[in-house]
Design a protein around this ligand. Structure first.
Ligand code: Z5A
Length: 236
């Protein structure tokens, strides 16, 4: 049975709002996105907000099935354009099943990677045409654009070393095993994205310790996402 809408339960959060906020984290390998998504969610929950943390590819049962196909490398022989379409199909399901319902009930959604990863991994670094990427983004994302995109930036070698320490001899996935040159193009692609869309995106120096990075992220979130128009409390 579906839960009653919040306004019908009589237990309305003092911070409940019309539409929630949509924050995405982006960056290259080992930048610390998952670590920082978790920390930001804890801080927002501590401030009284409902927070949904999710990730791409994945974030819904259908999209998680596609994630497996993509990250195992099973789709690689189909070519980069087919992989791009699979990322888009996963995103469409994720948006319909997880993201839009959460935003509609006023929750904050924190998503570890989103459409910018397609623009940069498949586009800037993978050479898939921006025309195809833009068309797929228009169909899948529509107007559910992130309110804020945090791009975690650090030298490629450092990110790969972190990712290697974490997997400690385990198997690398489809994208981790790309060349150093590919990872350098990724970093440039993400930096170019911030330069092109400075109102939506913020570049975060992710080469610092986790607490310093999470404080920098908190400063950006509190600065960029103002209180909702219906007068709910600002983030403390
Ligand atoms: N992909 C794509 O090509 N197109 C798309 O449209 C989308 C995705 C949506 C998903 O991989 C892959 O799909 C991804 C892009 C591609 N490429 N790869 N590989 P994934 O979901 O399995 O993983 P990821 O998104 O690539 O995450 P990551 O880069 O592996 O990690 P991270 O989330 O950025 O970092 P972390 O897990 O928080 O931290 C990594 C390690 O560093 C860990 O041991 C931490 O404890 C440590 N860490 C974290 N922060 C710090 C600091 N500040 N200092 C020191 N150590 C730290």
């Amino acid at each position: 049975m579906n839960p009653l809408p919040r306004q019908m339960t009589g237990v309305t959060s003092p911070l409940a709002t019309s539409r929630g906020r949509f924050i995405t984290l982006e960056g290259g390998e080992g930048a610390g996105k998952s670590t920082q998504a978790r920390r930001l969610a804890e801080r927002l929950r501590g401030a009284g907000y409902e927070v949904v943390t999710t990730r791409e590819p994945g974030g819904s049962p259908g999209a998680e099935a596609i994630r497996h196909v993509l990250l195992s490398g099973a789709a690689k022989p189909l070519g980069a354009e087919a992989e791009t379409m699979l990322f888009a199909a996963a995103r469409a399901d994720h948006l319909a099943t997880t993201i839009r319902p959460a935003l509609e009930r006023g929750a904050w959604v924190i998503c570890d990677r989103f459409a910018d990863s397609t623009r940069v991994y498949q586009g800037s670094a993978g050479h898939v045409g921006q025309g195809l990427i833009a068309a797929l983004e228009s169909v899948t994302v529509g107007d559910t654009r992130p309110d804020l995109t945090l791009v975690l930036d650090l030298p490629v070698e450092e990110g790969l070393a972190r990712a290697a320490r974490r997997s400690a001899g385990g198997k690398t996935d489809r994208f981790e095993s790309e060349t150093l040159d590919f990872h350098r193009r990724l970093r440039e692609g993400f930096r170019a994205l911030v330069a092109a869309e400075p109102r939506r995106c913020a570049l975060i120096d992710a080469g610092r310790d986790p607490l310093t990075v999470s404080n920098a992220i908190w400063d950006v979130v509190t600065d960029r996402l103002p209180p909702h128009r219906n007068g709910s409390t600002d983030i403390p």
